[in-house]
Design a protein. Structure first.
Lengths: 251, 398, 343
């Protein structure tokens, strides 16, 4: 029984069957990649997991509880954090403030009225955020406006913000899209390090095969809204069906 | 001090000093000089400065922090005024219960409107708040006449019950508002040579309340709650995917700023116990938006500056007429003098709104950060210039 | 039954005005992505075009008429409008009488000109700014336009009459077989409705059947893609702004005989037109028209005495109540498209 169980999930947009009978099981403490050509339904599937879309059929269970019908912030509080394709951070806030917000969310839940409290009295939050910035190698940037950072740094900050919530499942949506090679390699190293240091399950949607094969332990190939095969990276590499549906396209 | 850092404390101290010494500061010109018309140190105007300051500080908590642009905030001001006047009619002429009721009622009203309006964001939110405010305005003029007294406006009469007070004073007139016996209208005049400084009880009450409101807003700005509100403005998607529910945060900000507006309305009625529907009109809502933007949205001091600026110039501009202009420009040759007066004429007196509209456009277009940003730009330029000067001096020596 | 028909008819003229203003607002919003709070002011300026033309046509010179004397026995001074002098008394009088319809021609170039100046001079600089900034700057502009009109024309409403032929009412009920006097309807309101229908039809035909319209519609659907095709979309949008301004202006010109123009009529209509746009669905042209008429008719029903005695004050707030219900239950409005202005 995996930490995330997707059963018979289907989603239709008008006449287009975006997802049909998707079954997927992500085992705890593994890195699971979901790959597939453009329009295979990867993003739709991801949006169904985090509450942005509600599937027409099927069920999505996280740690034995259904996520369907819950809002994104409720699902996040259950322990699923999401990293976006283009980094979503609080651009007008400083790096330190960006890191403090998930710490508050972890400690206080989805809403707490702390209108008069002084920020300096929130010692545990400040310490945790600083430690997290240290982990991300960003301590020197703590006073920067986060919108003025490079794309690679924004990605690093976003991942750090997700980790500060101590999620059980981290969802990554093409984390290296649009990145230069050096930034991509940095991100891979960061993710490897995270995997080693923390008890965390990672599900990753990715286009870049280099990233997929250097990180993942299981791979699901999605094509036209349904899973084609699911196997280890070694087996996927040589799988004829996959070559045909996916790798053949780029070869 | 008071849980504020050094910078905020000094800001608070400066504002407190300005408020306390306003009767001096705003009265720099001797009363017999020609410039006396630029004095602003009389009670009525000073009260307006601080009351609109409170209104704008509250509006800034919503707009400045969350970015939600409400076009219906005057409705809360109106509700506050009506509540306060009713308290004067029914209970007593003491301002404390009146102000308390004004805050409570406008707060409840804000919960209702905010709950519905905050279901949508962006322009939809602006239109919803505008619709609610127009609706309140229309109702105040029509069906709610028993409560609002329609077009005439709500006033005190000799027949009001005033359970804890008296319906009429011994000499048969309507009693005046007071703070435990201290009449709001009582003014001490200090005459120093040609100057006459006025110290009004009502102004000082409003001033102290404004300082409290200002202090509270600093605390909110610096609190985790304030940070969440800025996060709402910055990126709602990320906030949602960080496990935080933006709606109760935004609603709390909306209600707080509605209560500030109600407080301002209650104070207005406490200084002059009447209330009319025109206070709720959407141009009045637009005015508080302008005050906040003109001063500097999202800054602490901005709204206070903006409110003071607009109320001061409203007062001055309304007083200037053609005769005054002819006096000013009398040094010019006759034809030119008439021409200049002709050019300026549309903007003064009753033309204040035209000036206001132009100011609005200029500020939004060229100075979106308001006076605060303008001040920063100037200080940066000065700094850069003096740096250049020192560089210029040192370079040849090397 | 007759009462219902009467209320529908009564709602049509206000509904027409809402529909025309909302149409322009939607065009501007859909094409330029700008929320124009000054659009009501354009409606108001249109109405004042009618006032101005009527004033111009009435410009007179004074002559002394020796055949008439005033009560002191002095010869009477008689004012004769120039048009009557130039075109003869009869034609001149007819021209003055028809001032409002003539103002249509007079106002089109003025309104398009104002639209161009507004777009090129101000709005252009706000395409990339936040919606809040757009709202604020156009709000400032609306105040300025309103105050300028107030400065020149004063604060009081200026009665501006329809041509004599259209004055008076006709008994609509008799035509439908009801009792006489059951449905009395002023001619001019019917003219206004017909005129609005023509304008609305014209705008839709223009968008549907011309290449220009096709590009604009494509631009409304997806601005970036159309821009990529190498089509100079900005220039077309400027023209579209002029057209939207003209539509609002024409709505105002013809409205002058229904309600005497005053300087704040623009603001009054603007708030309601925004509500109309929201109810119809932001970015949907048919939605704007439909919602305009719907709300006009609803407002008219709510002002019936039977309904008012049932729910006091409902006539004052009906439009807002409907808007709030629609926004909460159907956030996209009646005919809103997906993806337009969501969050």
């Amino acid at each position: 029984m995996g930490i995330l169980e997707v059963k018979d999930v289907g989603k239709r947009f008008g006449g287009l069957q975006a997802l049909g009978d998707v079954n997927l099981s992500v085992a705890e403490n593994t890195v699971h990649a979901i790959i597939g050509p453009n329009g295979a339904g990867k993003s739709t599937l991801l949006n169904c997991l985090v509450g942005k879309l509600i599937p027409d059929t099927g069920s999505v269970m996280f740690d034995g509880q259904s996520v369907l019908g819950r809002t994104p912030f409720e699902i996040n509080q259950m322990g699923i954090s999401r990293v976006f394709q283009t980094p979503e951070i609080f651009g007008e806030l400083s790096v330190m403030e960006n890191m403090m917000i998930p710490c508050f969310a972890k400690r206080d839940g989805s809403f707490r009225m702390h209108a008069i409290e002084n920020m300096h009295n929130e010692k545990d939050i400040v310490e945790k955020a600083e430690a997290m910035l240290e982990d991300m190698n960003m301590a020197d940037k703590r006073h920067m406006h986060s919108s003025s950072m490079s794309r690679g740094d924004k990605r690093r900050l976003e991942i750090g913000m997700c980790l500060a919530q101590e999620p059980r499942l981290l969802l990554l949506d093409e984390p290296t899209a649009g990145m230069a090679r050096a930034d991509t390699n940095n991100t891979i190293d960061l993710l490897k390090q995270i995997k080693e240091e923390r008890d965390i399950t990672i599900a990753i949607i990715e286009h870049d095969m280099h990233v997929v094969f250097s990180l993942s332990e299981r791979i699901t190939v999605l094509a036209q809204g349904t899973p084609l095969v699911e196997d280890t990276p070694e087996n996927i590499k040589g799988h004829p069906k996959v070559r045909e549906a996916y790798l053949g396209e780029s070869a | 001090m008071l849980g504020l850092n050094k910078k905020d404390t000094s800001l608070l101290v400066i504002v407190a000093a300005l408020v306390m010494f306003a009767p001096f500061i705003l009265n720099p010109f001797p009363s017999d000089s020609g410039l006396a018309q630029f004095n602003a140190g009389y009670p009525d105007l000073m009260q307006r400065f601080v009351i609109f300051g409170i209104f704008a500080i509250g509006f800034n908590i919503l707009f400045g922090l969350t970015g939600y642009l409400s076009f219906g905030h005057a409705a809360f001001l109106g509700v506050g005024s009506y509540s306060a006047v009713w308290m004067f009619k029914l209970l007593s002429m003491n301002v404390i219960p009146a102000i308390a009721l004004a805050i409570v009622v406008s707060g409840l009203f804000a919960v209702l409107i905010g709950f519905v309006s905050l279901r949508r964001s962006g322009i939809y939110f602006s239109i919803l708040t505008l619709a609610f405010a127009q609706m309140s305005f229309n109702l105040a003029y029509s069906v709610l006449t028993p409560i609002t007294n329609g077009e005439t406006g709500l006033q005190l009469t000799l027949n009001d019950p005033r359970i804890l007070g008296e319906s009429a004073t011994a000499d048969g007139s309507i009693p005046v508002t007071s703070l435990f016996g201290l009449e709001m209208r009582s003014t001490y005049e200090m005459v120093v040579g040609p100057w006459a400084f006025q110290f009004n009880a009502g102004y000082y009450l409003c001033g102290i309340i404004m300082l409290l409101a200002f202090y509270l807003s600093i605390r909110i700005f610096r609190s985790p709650f304030g940070m969440m509100l800025r996060a709402i403005k910055s990126n709602q998607t990320r906030l949602n995917y960080t496990g935080l529910n933006p709606r109760p945060y935004a609603l709390a900000a909306f209600v707080i700023s509605g209560m500030y507006a109600g407080l301002a309305g209650g104070l207005m009625a406490s200084m002059d116990p009447l209330a009319g529907a025109e206070r709720m009109q959407w141009t009045a809502s637009g005015e508080v938006v302008l005050m906040t933007i003109l001063g500097g949205t999202g800054t602490l001091i901005g709204p206070v500056l903006g409110a003071g600026f607009i109320k001061y110039f409203e007062n001055i501009f309304s007083k200037i007429n053609d005769t005054v202009l002819h006096n000013w420009f009398s040094f010019m040759p006759d034809g030119l003098e008439d021409f200049v007066v002709f050019l300026i004429h549309p903007f003064i007196g009753k033309g204040w709104h035209l000036t206001l509209g132009i100011l609005f456009m200029l500020v939004v277009t060229f100075l979106p950060g308001g006076l605060v940003e303008g001040g920063q730009r100037i200080s940066r330029m000065v700094k850069k210039k003096s740096d250049d000067d020192t560089n210029a001096k040192t370079t040849p020596a090397e | 039954m007759d009462a219902i028909i009467l209320q529908i008819l009564n709602g049509l003229d206000k509904g027409s005005a809402y529909a025309l203003i909302a149409l322009g607002l939607t065009l501007i919003f859909g094409t330029l992505g700008v929320v124009n709070f000054a659009h009501g002011a354009l409606f108001m300026i249109g109405a004042f075009c009618a006032v101005t033309l009527s004033k111009i046509l009435n410009l007179s010179f004074e002559t002394v008429d020796p055949t008439q004397t005033d009560f002191l026995g002095n010869p009477l001074k008689v004012k004769t409008p120039y048009v009557m002098e130039w075109f003869g008394a009869e034609t001149g009088a007819a021209i003055i009488d028809w001032a409002v319809p003539l103002a249509i021609l007079f106002s089109i170039p003025i309104m398009i000109g104002i639209g161009f100046i507004m777009e090129r001079g101000l709005i252009k600089h706000f395409y990339k700014r936040e919606h809040a900034d757009q709202i604020l700057v156009t709000f400032g502009l609306a105040i300025v336009l309103q105050e300028v009109v107030k400065y020149f024309f004063g604060a009081n409403p200026i009665p501006t009459g329809a041509p004599d032929v259209f004055k008076g009412s006709f008994d609509f009920g008799v035509m439908l077989g009801f009792d006489p006097n059951a449905i009395i309807y002023p001619y001019w309101r019917l003219v206004y409705f017909a005129f609005s229908a023509i304008i609305i039809g014209g705008v839709f035909a223009f968008l549907q059947f011309t290449t220009f319209g096709m590009v604009v519609r494509a631009g409304m659907a997806d601005r970036e893609t159309v821009g990529l095709l190498g089509i100079n979309i900005d220039k077309r949008f400027t023209i579209m702004f002029g057209i939207a301004a003209a539509v609002a202006g024409l709505a105002g010109v013809m409205y002058a005989p229904i309600n005497s123009p005053n300087y704040h009529m623009g603001m009054d209509f603007l708030v309601l037109s925004f509500v109309v746009v929201v109810v119809g669905g932001m970015g949907s042209l048919p939605g704007a028209v439909l919602a305009g008429f719907l709300l006009g008719v609803l407002e008219s029903f709510a002002s019936m005495n039977e309904i008012k005695s049932l729910i006091p004050g409902i006539d004052q707030i009906i439009i807002y109540v409907v808007a709030i219900i629609i926004l909460l239950t159907r956030p996209r409005g009646l005919m809103g498209r997906k993806g337009v202005m969501e969050e």
